[in-house]
Design a protein around this ligand. Structure first.
Ligand code: HEC
Length: 207
């Protein structure tokens, strides 16, 4: 709290300086101050989130290159992230598409205000078009309409989709898509259900 107040004071002081000199406004904020502020906002977060304040190797690289990583760094990232993907022990990638449809639509989870035991969703519609009848979706990611049908329900593509959802950066370095499996947002079963939503011929995605 004290830290936050100190920061607020500095921010206000900064505003006056900005008015006085445009040069000051262009100066980058002190990284130590930014870190202290971010830490102060994580006060109520569970321990496993606290650990994520410190960017991992992959995020550090993406940040350093503003996500525009050179080829050699990109290869290191995809290799490192692929090694983190845990594939289902039973070798089955397809769960229940009806459950997957609910998970894709669920934007809950990852908030400090979540009641204990909140089941997180994938919030896929925030970035992707999926089933045809849904009219509300974001466009940061490509449309996933007909995803399985377009890929002829190919088992290699099914495995790829599991990998993508588990750890987007195992496929594309510095992807804007969350790493749902490695960051423990979604469970293995939830990811299987999502993959079924993408690949089951009965799923509305493929109708
Ligand atoms: C914050 C935005 C965001 C969210 C949320 C998100 N994605 Fe993505 N997704 C992207 C972006 C951007 C891409 C394209 C770049 C890439 O491939 O990483 C992408 C790519 C993909 C691809 C690969 C598409 C292809 O070209 O073959 C799949 C599959 C996918 N997302 C599935 C999902 C699913 C399923 C969910 C929900 C569990 C989801 N995404 C949530 C941003 C997002």
């Amino acid at each position: 709290m004290k830290r936050a107040l100190t920061l607020a004071a500095l921010v206000i002081a900064g505003t006056f300086t900005t008015a006085a000199s445009a040069q000051t406004a262009a100066k980058a904020p002190d990284p130590a101050l930014v870190d202290a502020y971010i830490k102060s906002t994580f006060g109520k977060a569970p321990p496993e989130w606290q650990a994520r304040i410190e960017p991992d190797e992959t995020l550090k690289t993406c940040n350093a290159f503003h996500n525009d990583v050179p080829g050699a760094e990109a290869d290191k990232i995809t290799k490192r992230e692929l090694a983190r993907v845990v594939y289902p022990a039973d070798g089955k990638f397809l769960g229940n598409w009806k459950e997957g449809a609910k998970i894709a639509n669920n934007g809950r989870g990852g908030q400090f205000s979540d009641p204990p035991g909140t089941i997180a969703g994938g919030n896929c519609y925030a970035c992707h078009q999926m089933e045809q009848k849904e009219v509300s979706y974001g466009t940061l990611g490509p449309s996933l309409t007909n995803y399985g049908r377009d890929r002829k329900y190919d088992p290699a593509e099914i495995k790829n989709a599991y990998t993508k959802v588990y750890d987007s950066q195992a496929i594309l370095a510095c992807s804007n898509m969350p790493r749902f499996g490695v960051n423990k947002v979604l469970s293995e079963q939830q990811i299987k259900d999502i993959v079924a939503f993408l690949f089951d011929p009965e799923s509305p995605i493929n109708k």
